[in-house]
Write a protein of this length. Structure first.
Lengths: 302, 250, 293
């Protein structure tokens, strides 16, 4: 009963936020939702399979560019670019995952990093198609989506769907199989599980959802830039996830809230936000290994 | 049931298995023994598909298994319990066994069902857990189990697929004296009752002589001798190569 | 395209490779001995350039003793960072180590900005090296030869250290089996501090050595660390000779890649990294993970 009470409170807060928050704070709130979606998607792979992807920016960025280029060059309505953004991100994740999920631990991390940087290098230099380092700018997502209220609700919807999907996966036999592979791959094979298929499916799903986050970013920024795919963007989603606590299903969202809000707050006072963030992370790693969710004693997924 | 034909395997020029052939008959308890480094673990790993053999082949009920991935061999009817038995340590006993049941039924890919609502698998898992004597520990996290119980979980998982042949790699390793006795009784009582064909490796000579109908002795990567417990016990070469030192110790 | 032009391009690639080697070899040593992927490695490289600028007070003639001083400072900084920050995370899952070194990257980048200001810094080569050498009728910066010589010197000294000294033998042993060293009674924590300090000092030297040819800003750290990753992944994590080979390949691919597809030379480099990771994940000269029998 108590848990249900909290749920209603959170739902009411999320739904009422656009009507309470002043303009700038609403923009920040949308950014929180986008990062929360991205981090929840990333954590599908990280928490359930134990594989640390350093290439998720590629899926975020490719989702964003798909949406941006379809609007700019083919005049698609913004909302219609969502399935395309998710689709291309999924296709890229399928391709990168096909080669990467067979490798283990540090090699997986390095390989996903290398692939993502390869995609970044192409986007960054292919002026004729992507606009190179100028990015795709001046996008018009249409009147409805230029209203931050509408965009907020769209971001909220997609983030909630992603969150529910993550919970669904965690509780389904598929999630148990992923964690079995994470816990002990040899044992998992010995009960007849084929790790490759499971890991590839999880990686592709995660990449597809990261593409949805990129799709939202385009409307928020009305542009897409190569920075969306750079490795520091992958670092950002890792930080948000671990900051909140990867072992808790709410951790990535909580981490995103703190990351974005703290960033907005610090940046309004000083330009040295990276320094503050760095010090926060040092403190986190050295003194708070389970993330913020660990503070409340929250346990994995329940 | 299981046929190992002329299997060879070498690592970095070291010949771990040299033209090994043996047969495991249906319904038998077959022991694979030999001193450390004789090639037992390597042969085990070839049978489960972890290493492809350099030469020769392995067949399970006439179907070739060597060179296939472990999970494929398992789906063909092999049950495996590893020497260093580790369960899925983030899960309870029940969840471990349920997952094994679901995996064998091909139902572990489901996304839109809840694991905990898989009542059919749960019933089967309870039965398996009861067989291995852990009925009072179904909800215990496996990370909190002593080694002897972990091995039982491991065996329950290996039995989940109703295997034609069960492989046990050193089921007694690391167990205390009393745990050993109960494990031997357990293997004898349960597996004989189920009519399971068993291939196992073990260092404990007394346990081998009590459990096995047939024994294959490996020495330096070759089959040194094969026969019933009485033949092997009295085989001069075997006594020299292996049993001798054990008796001398005891 | 005549042969002189190709030679010039080759030498340019070699100069770039030299700088990459100094940048990456420390990363490889640190990964080999400590098992830590150091995302702050490029930051130490960037810091080295700033430290040089600071100790010579903008005077290019101070380059030689300035570099020595930077190496000394690098050793001290590396030892302090290892003692205070790295040591608590040994044995923890990799992502903590990655997070920690990434935090360090952020702190160093902004710290340098605070101390030196965000503007680009540059320092020309010493007067004696300020004029180009003419090769095949084209000008070639004389300072590039210093960089190449420096890389060869460092490679030689590292070879001597690792192959011919007792401490070097222990470092090599640490990349193979740390527990065994402990069992032998070696003071492993001290050894790890020394390796980390050495790795950091090499990075700062690399950064300092590029300052006479290149303007630096705090932002070069994030690019440098990726370049260093590519070099060590291609050459083999933990292998000094791998870093040498990796740096050479990448330097030359860059130099000749721009002739073929000017915009996508960097993409070739990432492609090489991907291919190596797929075919030989442990790198060209790395050691494959042991097979358990």
């Amino acid at each position: 009963m108590k848990a249900r009470g909290w749920l209603y409170l959170i739902a009411a807060t999320l739904l009422a936020a656009p009507w309470v928050l002043p303009g700038y704070a609403l923009e920040v709130a949308i950014q929180v939702l986008i990062l929360a979606l991205f981090a929840t998607a990333f954590n599908l792979v990280f928490a359930e399979t134990g594989l640390l992807s350093f290439g998720h920016a590629a899926f975020f960025g490719v989702g964003a560019y798909t949406s941006a280029l379809l609007m700019q060059r083919a005049s698609w309505p913004y909302l219609l670019t969502l399935p395309a953004a998710v689709g291309t991100a999924a296709a890229l994740a399928l391709l990168i995952g096909f080669f990467s999920v067979r490798t283990s631990r540090i090699y997986f991390t390095m390989l996903t990093l290398a692939f993502a940087q390869l995609v970044w290098a192409v986007v960054h230099k292919w002026y004729a198609f992507t606009g190179g380092d100028n990015g795709v700018t001046g996008l018009q997502p249409g009147q409805l989506w230029s209203d931050p209220h509408a965009l907020y609700y769209l971001a909220l919807l997609l983030t909630v769907v992603t969150f529910l999907l993550a919970v669904r996966l965690h509780l389904a036999p598929f999630g148990y199989a992923l964690r079995a592979i994470r816990d002990n791959q040899a044992r998992a094979e010995a009960v007849g599980l084929s790790p490759f298929g499971y890991l590839l499916a999880a990686f592709t799903l995660s990449g597809a959802l990261a593409g949805a986050a990129g799709f939202l970013q385009v409307a928020w920024q009305r542009s897409a830039f190569p920075d969306f795919l750079y490795w520091t963007k992958s670092a950002e989603v890792i930080i948000a996830t671990i900051l909140g606590g990867a072992q808790s299903i709410l951790g990535p969202s909580l981490g995103s809230l703190v990351f974005v809000e703290l960033g907005a707050f610090v940046q309004s006072h000083t330009e040295y936000w990276p320094l503050v963030l760095g010090l926060v992370l040092l403190g986190l790693v050295l003194f708070l290994p389970r993330g913020l969710a660990g503070l409340g004693g929250a346990r994995a997924g329940d | 049931m299981l046929e190992i034909k002329h299997v060879s395997k070498s690592f970095f020029g070291f010949l771990a298995l040299d033209d090994v052939s043996m047969r495991v008959e249906k319904g038998s308890f077959h022991a694979l023994v030999g001193p450390n480094g004789a090639g037992k673990t390597t042969l085990f790993n070839v049978v489960v598909g972890r290493y492809p053999p350099d030469g020769g082949e392995v067949r399970l009920e006439e179907r070739r298994t060597s060179g296939l991935a472990t999970y494929r061999v398992v789906r063909m009817g092999l049950g495996i319990s590893f020497q260093r038995s580790q369960a899925f340590l983030s899960m309870s006993v029940l969840e471990n066994v349920m997952l094994a049941v679901l995996a064998h039924q091909g139902r572990s890919r489901a996304l839109m069902r809840s694991f905990s609502a898989e009542s059919e698998a749960k019933t089967t898992a309870y039965e398996l857990i009861g067989w291995v004597g852990l009925a009072d520990k179904t909800e215990t996290p496996t990370a909190a189990l002593p080694l002897g119980d972990l091995k039982r979980v491991d065996i329950a998982m290996a039995l989940a697929g109703k295997p034609k042949l069960l492989l046990l790699d050193e089921p007694l390793a690391g167990l205390s004296r009393s745990e050993r006795v109960s494990m031997v009784n357990f293997i004898e009582g349960l597996l004989r009752g189920l009519g399971i064909t068993l291939l196992f490796t073990e260092h404990d000579t007394d346990a081998v002589l009590r459990l096995a109908d047939r024994i294959t002795v490996l020495h330096q990567g070759r089959v040194l001798a094969e026969g019933g417990p009485d033949e092997i016990k009295n085989d001069a070469r075997v006594i020299e190569a292996f049993l001798g030192e054990e008796y001398a110790e005891g | 395209m005549d042969i002189g032009f190709l030679l010039l391009q080759f030498l340019t690639g070699l100069a770039y490779a030299s700088s990459l080697f100094l940048l990456a070899v420390g990363l490889s040593l640190i990964f080999g001995a400590l098992g830590i992927v150091n995302f702050a490695h490029g930051s130490f490289y960037m810091l080295g350039a700033y430290l040089l600028y600071w100790v010579v007070r903008g005077n290019p003639e101070g380059l030689w003793w300035g570099m020595l001083l930077v190496v000394a400072l690098g050793l001290v900084i590396g030892a302090l960072v290892e003692r205070l920050l790295m040591r608590p995370v040994y044995g923890r899952p990799e992502h903590y180590q990655i997070l920690l070194t990434y935090a360090l990257l952020l702190v160093i980048e902004d710290g340098v900005k605070l101390l030196f200001g965000p503007a680009y810094k540059s320092l020309g080569p010493p007067a004696a090296l300020a004029y180009p050498v003419w090769i095949a009728g084209a000008p070639f910066p004389a300072y590039y030869f210093v960089q190449i010589a420096l890389a060869l010197l460092v490679a030689g000294l590292l070879w001597f250290f690792l192959q011919r000294t007792r401490t070097g033998a222990l470092v090599r042993a640490a990349t193979l089996d740390r527990e065994m060293l402990e069992a032998l009674g070696v003071n492993v924590p001290k050894l790890l501090t020394a390796v980390f300090a050495l790795g950091v000092a090499l990075a700062t030297l690399g950064g300092a050595a590029t300052l006479p040819m290149q303007t630096v800003s705090p932002g070069i750290a994030v690019e440098a660390v990726i370049s260093a990753f590519i070099v060590v992944v291609v050459g083999g994590l933990g292998s000094v000779w791998g870093a040498l080979l990796g740096a050479f390949l990448i330097g030359e691919i860059q130099a000749f890649g721009v002739l073929i597809l000017p915009d996508f030379a960097i993409a070739f480099v990432y492609l090489l990294m991907v291919v190596v990771l797929l075919v030989r994940p442990w790198g060209l000269l790395g050691r494959p993970p042991a097979v358990r029998t």
